[in-house]
Design a protein around this ligand. Structure first.
Ligand code: SF4
Length: 323
């Protein structure tokens, strides 16, 4: 019975969390808005990176209403460099829905929270438990890793959520969710050996004596698709040429440097090519192999938007060539 150790988790993890939780800005004031913003930022992004982005975001847009009403360019600037821009679009769509459908207040209910754009079971559970103190598990890769190692068995999100839901301690739901996250992030770590010697559940854990590397079982990874691009960095004095990407697909609706599938060459009427460089950018499912042509432009051609670098939010895939 793989669940037999789980009832011991609260008594082990709550003191661990009280003693060893990291100071993180979103833990200072656990409002539903702060939990939502931090959890969306933390998807795909490391905590160290998120801290500054989170602080800046909350200073500029301190309330859900501010986010709902923020102009798109401001939002993209606040997100610039974090990648996965669909997240910030969903974040704003969620804020708008809170304002229009919920009277400006987050619903204290997992099912209602799941209706918000970009909010799935994990984020709904995180907001419901951390901000509202409800017994709602937030199961992500960290939690699945911890459970699968403790029990040396496979879990999926639904079975893990169902098993954990029964263990939530009344009055400490918020800390219990965060303690599981903390254990997965700092002790039973995703990369490299877990720190079993300092783990509060070591004596309960089936993998502590060895074999942690077999859990969780890894699905076969599909290779990333390769795309070759010619990228044109047109400079006219201190300005560069940009344009908007299509509204669908990768980096939808964001600014970009003009580009074409390789081996396209720069249009000779643009001016002289003064440098050619190679670069690569890796997305989750695609990798771009880029040949970047820096061009001394003969004029500000009207098919592009001309801007001083830094004025428009450019995704990292392009921004890294501006230096
Ligand atoms: S004892 Fe080791 S493998 Fe088990 S949960 Fe703790 S850190 Fe992970």
């Amino acid at each position: 019975m793989k669940e037999k150790e789980l009832p011991y988790l609260p008594e082990r993890l709550l003191p661990f969390f009280a003693d060893r939780a990291r100071d993180l800005p979103w833990r200072v004031n656990r409002t539903p808005y702060a939990v939502l913003v931090s959890e969306i930022m933390l998807q795909q992004t490391r905590v160290d990176t998120v801290i500054n982005y989170f602080n800046r975001f909350m200073t500029e847009l301190p309330e859900v209403r501010d986010l709902a009403e923020a102009p798109e360019e401001k939002l993209l600037h606040l997100w610039e460099g974090l990648g996965y821009y669909r997240r910030v679009r969903n974040l704003q769509a969620a804020a708008k829905m809170i304002m229009s459908d919920f009277g400006g207040k987050f619903p204290a209910d997992e099912t209602e929270l799941r209706k918000l754009p970009g909010v799935g079971d994990y984020t709904a559970g995180a907001i419901a438990s951390i901000a509202f103190g409800l017994p709602a598990p937030a199961v992500d890769g960290n939690v699945l890793r911890v459970l699968s190692r403790i029990t040396c068995s496979s879990w999926d999100s639904d079975s893990a959520a169902a098993a954990l839901r029964k263990q939530y301690p009344a009055e400490r739901c918020s800390d219990f969710t965060e303690s599981l996250m903390e254990l997965g992030a700092t002790v039973c770590v995703p990369n490299g050996a877990p720190h079993c010697g300092t783990c509060p559940v070591k004596d309960l854990c089936a993998a502590s004596a060895g074999g942690w590397q077999f859990w969780p079982k890894k699905p076969d990874k599909k290779p990333r698709k390769r795309e070759d691009l010619s990228v044109f960095l047109l400079r006219f004095h201190d300005r560069i040429a940009c344009r908007k990407r299509p509204d669908t697909g990768l980096l939808a609706g964001l600014w970009e440097l003009p580009n074409l599938p390789a081996p396209a060459q720069p249009d000779p009427r643009w001016g002289n090519v003064i440098e050619t460089r190679k670069g690569k950018h890796i997305f989750t499912h695609v990798e771009w192999h880029m040949t970047v042509y820096t061009i001394e432009a003969a004029a500000e051609f009207p098919e592009f938007v001309w801007t001083v670098p830094g004025e428009l939010p450019l995704p990292t895939a392009f921004r890294k060539f501006l230096g």
